[in-house]
Ligand binder design. Structure first.
Ligand SMILES: [Zn+2]
Length: 487
């Protein structure tokens, strides 16, 4: 991992989350507000921007686990009667760490063609205990070697389940029945059975000898909200104060909120209203490539809150599709889409509706990207003249945003309950391959239109089919790692 990125991860690391083993739920301060016992620090992969797993997330993850380790294992590993957290971690594509009973049990990840599951120690012990598959039985001599840091040679294997394919994550078990390691199979079980010598399994994680940390206490999302209400209210009060102070300081500026239809901007909008800020223009910049759910949601949400002053801004010229014909697909390194469909619209709004000088409140959070982490809470932008960007919830975690939404009973974009993590344009080049696959399933019509456009561009430019299949269109110059990967 580049040093720049690891520095960023440490900078933003979520340090304000503990787990109460009595209540079996996350808590936002060390002393559990519900049972007053001391919680333990939740150990997460960085940056630790955890969020609750909703039903659709659970269903997706259970299917992935069932596909790998046998029917029903997913449901046992991720039961309905506990709060389960997911933690998006940086990787080539989507990777989500799963936290059950306050322990990471493994991660689901998209390997560019399909979803996989990689168990961690705790998950491997549980899968073994529930009778899940992909087990490799080794003899006692091999156990010692693994604990000394060796990989698994064919000679040490007593037996291997028949369904292991190359690249699978296997659960390495001693003859006594203890899980010793999680490994990655270098060959299929058929191949391994025929092999005489050589390394068959690469050890990914040595599993310690402690017992399974399964917790029988049940917990629900509303228990969590009730228990952590005080913490969230305290956090909100601080943020509201910051919003009021900023408006006082720049009293002569016009006021606007950039509302994207995502959870962060819903939380932000509600906080600005709580602060009693009036004469705020709520701006949604319609790029023309939005999900229909988002547009519907924005209207419903503001109607529920009794808020007027919505400005949906859509440009008739500079339409995305006509620009596409000239410029081709937008890329992470070639964001003409944001520039032509958003920034120039916002510039017009500042001029026309906000007296040429304004505060714009945004729901950006430091956990979302490297750039956002280094932005101050109030800053001028280079792109839009006269605009001062304000990020009141920059330091909030996704869990805090979801908690605020739950406590305030705000409605959220329904796409969050269809396996979407972030809401934006449906063909955003910042999407992972996993996100795009999801679009093709939930919105086949939108996706077909986009795929047809991409195919035309591919043909004209003489690109090969991999350009489309592996989403290389998301860059003008794909990073080396992607070029190498695809060959
Ligand atoms: Zn407790």
């Amino acid at each position: 991992m580049p040093r720049k990125i690891s520095r960023y991860l440490f900078k933003v690391a979520n340090k304000n989350i503990w787990w109460c083993d009595y209540c079996n739920m996350p808590i936002l301060k060390q002393l559990c507000p519900r049972c007053h016992e001391k919680g333990r620090k939740l150990i997460l992969s960085l940056p630790g921007d955890v969020r609750p797993a909703w039903r659709e997330d659970l269903n997706l993850m259970r299917n992935i686990i069932d596909n790998e380790y046998g029917n029903g294992i997913g449901k046992k590993l991720l039961p309905d009667d506990k709060i389960i957290l997911i933690n998006k971690i940086p990787w080539l594509d989507r990777m989500e760490e799963i936290i059950v009973d306050g322990y990471p049990i493994g991660a689901v990840f998209f390997d560019l063609t399909r979803w996989r599951f990689m168990p961690k120690s705790e998950g491997a012990k549980r899968i073994n205990c529930y009778g899940g598959g992909k087990r490799v039985l080794i003899d006692e001599g091999a156990v010692k070697a693994i604990r000394n840091g060796m990989n698994i040679m064919v000679g040490g294997i007593k037996s291997i389940d028949g369904n292991v394919e190359r690249g699978d994550y296997v659960i390495v078990v001693s003859r006594r029945g203890d899980v010793v390691a999680v490994g990655k199979a270098r060959f299929s079980s058929r191949e391994i059975r025929r092999m005489r010598n050589g390394m068959a399994i690469k050890v990914k994680e040595i599993v310690d000898e402690s017992k399974i940390k399964e917790n029988s206490s049940k917990s629900t999302w509303s228990d969590f909200l009730k228990a952590n209400k005080g913490e969230i209210e305290e956090r909100s009060e601080k943020t509201i104060k910051f919003i009021s102070k900023t408006v006082d300081r720049y009293w002569s500026y016009g006021r606007s909120i950039s509302f994207s239809g995502g959870k962060d901007s819903a939380c932000l909008l509600s906080l600005v209203l709580e602060a009693g800020i009036d004469k705020v223009k709520i701006v949604f910049l319609d790029t023309g490539i939005e999900f229909p759910e988002t547009i519907r949601y924005i209207h419903d949400f503001l109607r529920d809150l009794n808020v007027e002053n919505l400005l949906i801004y859509k440009k008739s010229r500079n339409d995305f599709w006509s620009l596409f014909e000239r410029l081709g697909p937008p890329g992470r390194d070639y964001r003409w889409c944001c520039k032509s469909c958003k920034l120039s619209s916002m510039q017009e709004i500042v001029k026309e509706y906000l007296n040429g000088r304004c505060l714009t409140f945004l729901g950006q959070r430091k956990y979302e990207s490297y750039w956002r982490a280094y932005e101050p809470k109030v800053m001028e932008t280079h792109y839009i003249k006269g605009q001062l960007k304000v990020n009141p919830i920059r330091d909030w975690t996704a869990l805090e945003v979801w908690a605020y939404i739950g406590i305030q009973k705000l409605s959220v974009n329904p796409l969050y309950f269809r396996n979407y993590v972030r809401i934006g344009c449906f063909l955003c080049p910042a999407s992972d391959m996993a996100d795009l696959l999801n679009v093709s399933k939930t919105h086949p019509d939108l996706w077909d239109k986009w795929e047809r456009a991409l195919k035309c561009w591919m043909k004209n430019k003489g690109f090969n089919e991999k350009w489309l299949r592996y989403g290389l269109w998301r860059w003008r110059n794909p990073p080396k790692i992607w070029k190498n990967l695809i060959g």
